[in-house]
Design a protein around this ligand. Structure first.
Ligand SMILES: NC(=O)c1ccc[n+]([C@@H]2O[C@H](COP(=O)([O-])OP(=O)(O)OC[C@H]3O[C@@H](n4cnc5c(N)ncnc54)[C@H](O)[C@@H]3O)[C@@H](O)[C@H]2O)c1
Ligand SMILES: O=C(O)C(=O)C[C@]1(C(=O)O)C=C[C@@H](O)C=C1
Length: 324
């Protein structure tokens, strides 16, 4: 039986690209995978891991004849990559991405998409702090949301096809307006990363200023922040450069709420503190009940089904090398 897609082109093969390659292959969603990267070392890594069928440094070559093209590079690289691939996008193809912001992606890429190509940006709400082809694993998307933000001119049959592709990799799929996506993700993903980068930076400065071993004796709460703060610097630089308005708006709200807590600490308002912490504890429980708790701690463990022939040892270590 032939797969839903004949040729999948992945432009960029880091954590997300390699996870798509592994999952699409495992679940029989594509006949062939073409992989394009910027650097030959990354391409060699992808080849050694047997992530695809065709490997090239020429993104346009990967895209030629593909019925599904997914950009898996940092969003700051989109415009230059698009300039290279646009003439090679085949009429009838689906053109998508996995970028963590969506308004910028529509604004930048939509005018460059050739007629007859369905432009359906996407964002899997799944990831880790690791980067590069070795960091990927086929189970990354299982039980996680993937948000699609179809362009108004995208064919509905193609939106349905891409929805099935993500469902086939284990995701739940929802379509959304790009501006709404950016606002929601600003507070649930982008600001948490900014807070983690900030707190780890503050602790490191404090250690330098006081010449004391603050980090050595750090408690586990801080260690959880260091995981998030280890996330790819280029990817996150691009997120904050391209989702500036939503991040600033949500940061304003966040700062206001922080001031309320600050005041409660200063005035010794135990009732206010307890009420707030009781509310947030309930939210953590509801997140776990909804099956979204795998975001952080479970990435060290494989989500393996009984029928899955992949040895646990092969999927356990998701720590990838850095890829630039
Ligand atoms: N890491 C996450 O948790 C996560 C989750 C969901 C979505 N995303 C999004 O997925 C995309 C890829 O992230 P990732 O975590 O796989 O990153 P990664 O660093 O692991 O991989 C990025 C890939 O892009 C390539 N690349 C980098 N700059 C390039 C350029 N200028 N031209 C061509 N190729 C270039 C790299 O060689 C690499 O193959 C980003 O847009 C990110 O916002 C990331
Ligand atoms: O768990 C992590 O390491 C992540 O940061 C994953 C995470 C997130 O914030 O949830 C990060 C960025 C993405 O765009 C989607 C998912």
């Amino acid at each position: 039986m032939s797969a839903p897609f004949k040729k999948l082109a992945l432009i960029g093969i880091g954590l997300i690209g390699s996870s798509i390659a592994l999952a699409a292959r495992r679940y029989g969603l594509v006949d062939a995978i073409a992989i394009a990267t910027r650097k030959s070392e990354t391409l060699d890594e992808a080849r050694a891991l047997e992530l695809g069928d065709v490997y090239t440094l020429d993104a346009a070559e990967a895209v030629r004849g593909a019925d599904l093209v997914i950009l898996c590079v940092p969003v700051g690289a989109y415009e230059s990559v698009m300039r290279a691939i646009a003439p090679a996008l085949a009429p009838g193809a689906i053109f998508s991405d996995v970028g963590s912001v969506k308004g910028f992606v529509h604004k930048t890429l939509a005018p460059m998409v050739p007629k007859g190509v369905s432009f359906i940006p996407g964002h899997p709400l799944a990831g880790t702090e690791h980067s590069g082809p070795k960091a990927g694993f086929a189970e990354l998307f299982v039980g996680r949301w993937c948000v699609l933000t179809p362009d108004a001119e995208a064919r509905s049959v193609d939106v349905e096809k891409l929805t099935k592709f993500w469902r086939g990799m284990g995701s739940q799929v929802e379509t959304m307006d790009p501006a709404h996506h950016d606002m929601v993700l600003a507070i649930t993903s982008h600001i948490p990363h900014l807070v983690a980068y900030n707190i780890v930076g503050t602790v490191a400065d404090l250690e330098a200023d006081t010449q004391s071993e603050v980090i050595k004796f750090s408690a586990s709460g801080f260690r959880d922040f260091t995981r998030i703060a280890a996330s790819d610097p280029v990817m996150w630089r691009d997120v904050f450069l391209t989702n500036r308005d939503a991040v600033l708006e949500m940061l304003g709200r966040f700062s206001e709420d922080l001031s309320v807590l600050q005041r409660a600490v200063r005035t010794g308002d135990g009732d206010a503190l307890e009420a707030m912490f009781t509310r947030t504890r309930a939210i953590r429980r509801s997140v776990i009940d909804a099956g979204q708790e795998t975001a952080a701690p479970d990435f060290g463990r494989p989500h393996q089904s009984d029928s899955d022939p992949t040895p646990v040892s092969a999927v356990r270590d998701h720590g990838g090398g850095d890829d630039a």
